[in-house]
Design a protein around this ligand. Structure first.
Ligand SMILES: [Zn+2]
Length: 190
């Protein structure tokens, strides 16, 4: 098994201007519970993410920075392995994929989430069940582990502020927000 970013795309790019007045919108109101949902539901079904990162692009001429493309770093089955997956493993992976939308639902987001399209495509590789259908089960798992979910959301939010918003010298590239060690601290050693 290889580790792969699942590439949960998040299109809501926003501008942060680290040069002039620090006026910005925290762009992660839906991305953070979304990724926390993937990570938490993944844990619950045995898919251990190894972290979470985000893409930063520094714009030329001091125009600021865009932030987006949050990605939970986890294993994703290659196409040729999917037909061979045991049904339990497949069911677990489906819940992991639906965990993002479940995170949004749990957080009370009413509109369709921006990360949903990529997840819908990923789920369609495995089943013809809808993402919303599988997410309903995943929401119950978040509810059972809501204390961990909230810890995870607040950690991601804190790191986002510390490492991105407050870092005037931030460079273009992917930046780690949550590491495997952070996740082990929250969930205990497995
Ligand atoms: Zn997602």
């Amino acid at each position: 098994m290889s580790d792969d970013a699942l590439g949960y795309k998040w299109r809501g790019f926003t501008e942060i201007n680290p040069v002039s007045k620090r006026k910005f919108v925290i762009p992660c109101d839906e991305a953070i519970p979304h990724e926390a949902g993937h990570i938490l539901v993944g844990r619950a079904v045995g898919f251990l993410a190894r972290g979470l990162d985000v893409e930063v692009v520094r714009l030329p001429d001091g125009k600021g920075v865009t932030v987006g493309n949050f990605a939970t770093l986890a294993w994703s089955p290659p196409d040729e392995e999917i037909p061979k997956m045991a049904s339990e493993l497949r069911a677990a992976y489906m819940l992991f994929v639906a965990g993002g939308i479940a995170g949004n639902k749990f957080a009370g987001l009413k509109t369709p989430c921006m990360g949903a399209d990529a997840d819908r495509k990923e789920l369609a590789r495995l089943t013809d069940r809808t993402l919303e259908d599988v997410a309903d089960i995943a929401v119950r798992m978040i509810h059972q582990h809501r204390r961990h979910f909230r810890q995870l959301v607040s950690l991601i939010r804190r790191r986002f502020i510390e490492r991105l918003l407050k870092n005037r010298d931030i460079e273009t590239g992917r930046h780690l927000l949550v590491s495997q060690a952070d996740l082990q601290k929250i969930f205990g050693d497995h």
